[in-house]
Design a protein around this ligand. Structure first.
Ligand SMILES: Nc1ncnc2c1ncn2[C@@H]1O[C@H](COP(=O)(O)OP(=O)(O)OP(=O)(O)O)[C@@H](O)[C@H]1O
Ligand SMILES: [Mg+2]
Length: 315
């Protein structure tokens, strides 16, 4: 295997957070003596990513996803461990490193609120010194793919969330970064807008081999876009593998739905590899006219919810 593009080794990050004590007296005393506690947001995470991968980075609220993305993009530094991307240590060599990357934070726009969208793009062209030809080609292609023609000249403050998000994505990709971080790029968007963004991410990956890492709470994003999935929980990595594998590994219960000739429906749940499925089928066929049989596998939402609730090592 070639040298991975991203090498993350045992990174940790904690925040100092003001401690809350209850009661009036405590509040007054806190005015003078602040009490802090340490919140371990990322606690020993390691992984590597090859060029050209699209990796979904998921986990419950507060798991440490954004903190990790910020360390990878050089906005924060890890207190322990190390990140090496394209040979750079992101927070130390930020100036050279940022040319290689694009960053999209769904919750926080990087566009200038007062400028028409197109002028924010022009600004990117100057900042990144994007050659005119590349800029124009990219802009034309991206605007077409994301269907942005009609609001290009509107100030960003007037844009709807979905329009603004598409603007942020384009702004982050105009300079042809090798690697793009997306932190919740589909948050709050309608199904059509989500689908456009997914298609766009896939297109960039397939045609330009752009490496992508993105966080989301929408499992459809993961299923439709990512080949690889990393799950973190309470600052620790609990899963790293393909979407297929996680389905196979954790979807050990299936529902057999049988519609009888009289229209009645019956549902049976089975653990994988159980013998009783044969018995049930035999009995059914012996006694009834079966009109239809469907086997339902748990969808990715159900599997992920189970992992968040019960952990990966559930029995
Ligand atoms: N600037 C900060 N100061 C103090 N604590 C922080 C700060 N940023 C994050 N935290 C804490 O670190 C933990 C991880 O936060 P982080 O934002 O990385 O989670 P996340 O996985 O992105 O969650 P979400 O899905 O809600 O976006 C949380 O407990 C959060 O309260
Ligand atoms: Mg987050």
């Amino acid at each position: 295997m070639t040298q991975p593009m991203i090498q993350v080794s045992h990174i940790k990050k904690s925040y100092k957070v003001a401690k809350r004590s209850s009661g009036m007296r405590a509040s007054v005393s806190q005015l003078f003596h602040r009490h802090y506690e340490i919140k371990q947001a990322v606690n020993d995470i390691s992984f590597s990513i090859q060029e050209g991968e699209i990796v979904g980075f998921i986990g419950p609220n507060g798991a440490g996803k954004s903190t990790t993305i910020k360390m990878l993009s050089g906005i924060l530094y890890p207190q322990e461990g190390q990140v090496i991307i394209n040979g750079y240590v992101p927070y130390k060599q930020r100036k050279q490193y940022v040319k290689d990357i694009g960053v999209v934070f769904g919750q926080k726009s990087q566009l200038n609120w007062d400028l028409p969208l197109i002028e924010s793009f022009e600004l990117m062209r100057c900042i990144y010194r994007i050659p005119q030809k590349i800029y124009e080609e990219n802009l034309e292609k991206f605007v077409e793919l994301l269907d942005m023609e009609e609001f290009l000249h509107q100030p960003v403050r007037q844009l709807s969330l979905g329009q603004r998000m598409r603007g942020d994505i384009v702004a982050a990709l105009l300079h042809n970064p090798k690697l793009v971080f997306f932190d919740e790029p589909t948050i709050g968007l309608d199904v059509v807008a989500k689908e456009k963004i997914r298609e766009f991410i896939k297109y960039m990956n397939q045609t330009r081999h752009t490496t992508m890492i993105f966080t989301t709470h929408d499992m459809q994003d993961i299923e439709k876009v990512c080949s690889r999935l990393i799950i973190i929980d309470q600052g620790k990595m609990v899963y790293d593998g393909t979407v297929e594998e996680i389905k196979k590994k954790y979807s050990n219960e299936k529902n057999l739905v049988i519609e009888l000739a009289d229209g009645q429906k019956e549902t049976y749940s089975f653990e994988n590899g159980e013998d009783s499925i044969n018995q049930v089928l035999k009995n059914l066929f012996a006694k009834n006219m079966v009109a239809d049989i469907t086997i339902e596998e748990p969808d990715i939402d159900t599997i992920i919810r189970d992992i968040y609730e019960k952990g990966v090592d559930r029995t």
